[in-house]
Design a protein around this ligand. Structure first.
Ligand SMILES: [Zn+2]
Length: 240
C-alpha cells in the first residue's frame, strides 16, 4: 500500500476517535438531567406537603381562637344570670348559651380532626425530607462520576493528540491540506473506502477505470464527486 495512503488512513482513525471523544465529553452534562429532574420533583412534592402542613396549623389556630371567644361569651352570659327576671327571659338566655356552646363544640371537633391531620402530614414531611436528601446525594454522586469520566476521556484524547502529532511529521503537506479540507467539508470523514465501484463516503458510483486504478492501493486517488481520498479495504485489494 502507498505509504502516504496508509498514513492518511491512520490519521483518519485517530481523528474519528478524537471527534467521538469530543462528542462524548460534550454530552456528559446531559446525563445529569435525570437526577436534576428527580431532585426538582422531590423538592416540589416536599413544598406541597409543607404548605398543607402550614394551612392546617393556621386552621387549628383559628379554631382555638373561636373556642376561646365563645367560652368567654358564655362566661359573660353566666355573670348576667342574676339580672333575669321572667321565665321568658330565662328561656332566651338558655338558648343564647346553647348557640354559643354548639359553635364551641363544632370548633372543638374541627380542632381534633386538624390535629390528626397535622400529625399525619408531619409523618409525610419526614418521608419527603428524606427523599429530597436522597435525591441531593444522588445528584452529587452523579456529578462526581461525570467529572471522573470527563477526566478519563480527556486523558484518552491526549493520547490520540500526541499520536496525531507524530503522524503529521510523516504526511506530505499537500496531502494534509487536502485531508483537512475534506474533514471540514465532509463532517469528519476525509478518506473513504471504495466498494463495488462506489465511494463509501458519498455513495457515488465511480468509473470502472478509476476503481481499477484503486485496486492496488498504490496511488493517491480522490473521489471525483466528494473529493475524499479513496482506498480499497484489504479483502478487496488485489492479492500480491
Ligand atoms: Zn465520494
Amino acid at each position: 500500500m502507498n505509504e502516504q495512503l496508509k498514513l492518511l488512513i491512520e490519521l483518519q482513525e485517530i481523528d474519528s476517535s478524537i471527534l467521538s471523544l469530543n462528542e462524548r465529553i460534550e454530552s456528559l452534562p446531559e446525563r445529569l438531567n435525570a437526577s436534576k429532574t428527580h431532585l426538582d420533583k422531590a423538592i416540589a412534592a416536599h413544598n406541597k406537603v409543607k404548605t398543607r402542613h402550614e394551612v392546617m396549623i393556621n386552621k387549628k389556630k383559628d379554631k382555638d381562637f373561636d373556642i376561646d371567644e365563645k367560652q368567654e361569651a358564655i362566661n359573660k352570659l353566666k355573670t348576667r344570670m342574676g339580672d333575669i327576671k321572667t321565665n321568658k327571659e330565662y328561656e332566651a338566655y338558655l338558648r343564647e348559651i346553647e348557640v354559643f356552646q354548639k359553635i364551641k363544640y363544632d370548633a372543638e371537633e374541627e380542632v381534633i380532626s386538624a390535629m390528626e391531620e397535622i400529625e399525619r402530614i408531619a409523618g409525610d414531611l419526614k418521608k419527603d425530607e428524606a427523599m429530597v436528601r436522597e435525591a441531593e446525594v444522588e445528584l452529587e454522586r452523579d456529578g462526581k462520576d461525570l467529572e471522573e469520566e470527563k477526566k478519563r476521556l480527556e486523558q484518552e484524547m491526549e493520547v490520540h493528540r500526541s499520536k496525531r502529532k507524530v503522524l503529521l511529521e510523516k504526511i506530505e503537506s499537500e496531502n494534509y491540506s487536502q485531508y483537512m479540507k475534506n474533514m471540514k467539508r465532509s463532517g469528519g470523514l476525509a478518506i473513504a473506502p471504495a466498494e463495488n465501484e462506489t465511494c463509501k463516503g458519498c455513495n457515488t458510483n465511480m468509473p470502472p477505470q478509476l476503481y481499477n486504478d484503486l485496486k492496488d492501493n498504490d496511488k493517491i486517488i480522490k473521489c471525483y464527486y466528494c473529493g475524499r481520498f479513496l482506498y480499497i479495504k484489504e479483502k478487496e485489494a488485489t492479492p500480491k
